[in-house]
Write a protein that binds this ligand. Structure first.
Ligand code: PLP
Length: 286
């Protein structure tokens, strides 16, 4: 395996990524018992960091795990991590698991969590992705019922994304009982008649950090914004479809199950949101 030449953080130590090791009894490895975060960094500054910190607090709280750091502690860790990497744009990944214990389903008592964090140079979405868009396929949402927790148990997401890959697509658009939920690792945005429509923030989707951000941008741009459940036929017959995530930012989906979405080209609402997203990134330029 080709290890990136990078420094990472593991349980209080700073060491080369290739040398970071955890026990096979770590509950993250054994049970997928932990949570994670992905934070984009532009011009060496984390983007919408407070929202990420709020989500860590929520994710750890929902699984009964103590958040290992307060906001100042996370900020110090992330700033030091950014300093270990030359790239201006990076993405930080961290995960917190319920630590190392004898294999038993119940929570172990007094076991310190495992805390791991790394940074990677971030190659932003390419001009081709931005200007030509992505292809997606629809799929039944077969994940668990607590998709609101940013859990490291990601088998459902892995299988959904692999389904997309095997079908020549970039993302799977998932439906639970015929209602739109989200992508394998992205939130979905539907445009109908000029209005941006998003599925509600409930337990069936992860509230992406871009979920609140796109709502804010729509408000700022005067784009009508609605939150409601969407049937599959409404998605299939929409004018524009977009996805958002930390690493894909905001991208248009121009084909769904091999059929064009709207005009089959990135649409005008996407263009507005894309420009506003870029502006927010450029505001971090020193
Ligand atoms: N939904 C799922 C299932 C995800 O895995 C992700 C990101 O990984 C998102 C939505 C988007 O979240 P964010 O905007 O915080 O990257």
């Amino acid at each position: 395996m080709d290890w990136p030449q990078s420094t990472c953080y593991l349980n209080g130590e700073w060491l080369p990524l290739a040398e970071a090791k955890i026990s096979v009894l770590d509950r993250g490895f054994i049970f997928g018992d932990g949570i994670y975060e992905v934070v984009p960094v532009y011009y060496r500054q984390p983007f919408r960091f407070d929202s990420h910190l709020a989500r860590v607090e929520r994710s750890t709280g929902e699984i009964g795990l103590a958040n290992p750091f307060d906001p100042a502690g996370w900020r110090a860790l992330v700033e030091r991590l950014i300093g270990t990497c030359d790239a201006g744009h990076q993405f930080i990944y961290w995960q917190v698991t319920r630590g190392v214990a004898r294999r038993d389903f119940s929570f172990p008592a007094d076991t310190p969590p495992t805390v791991f964090a790394m940074t990677t140079p971030f190659t932003r979405p390419s001009p081709v992705q931005r200007e030509q868009g992505l292809r997606a396929v629809t799929r039944a949402d077969e994940r668990w019922l607590r998709c609101d927790i940013k859990s490291v148990s990601l088998l459902g997401a892995v299988l959904a994304r692999q389904y997309a890959t095997e079908n020549g697509a970039d993302e799977a658009v998932q439906f639970r009982d015929g209602w739109l939920t989200e992508g394998s690792s992205s939130n979905m945005w539907v445009v109908r008649g000029g209005t941006v429509i998003a599925p509600p923030r409930d337990r069936l989707i992860l509230e992406g950090i871009r979920y609140g951000f796109v709502g804010e941008l729509c408000g700022r741009l005067g784009v009508p914004f609605e939150v409601r459940r969407l049937r599959k036929d409404e998605v299939e017959g929409c004018d524009e479809l977009m996805l958002t995530s930390a690493t894909r930012e905001i991208l248009p989906i121009v084909a769904l199950d091999g059929k064009p979405v709207g005009s089959g080209r990135p649409g005008p609402v996407y263009a507005k949101l894309r420009a506003a997203y870029d502006e927010a990134i450029e505001a971090l330029r020193p």
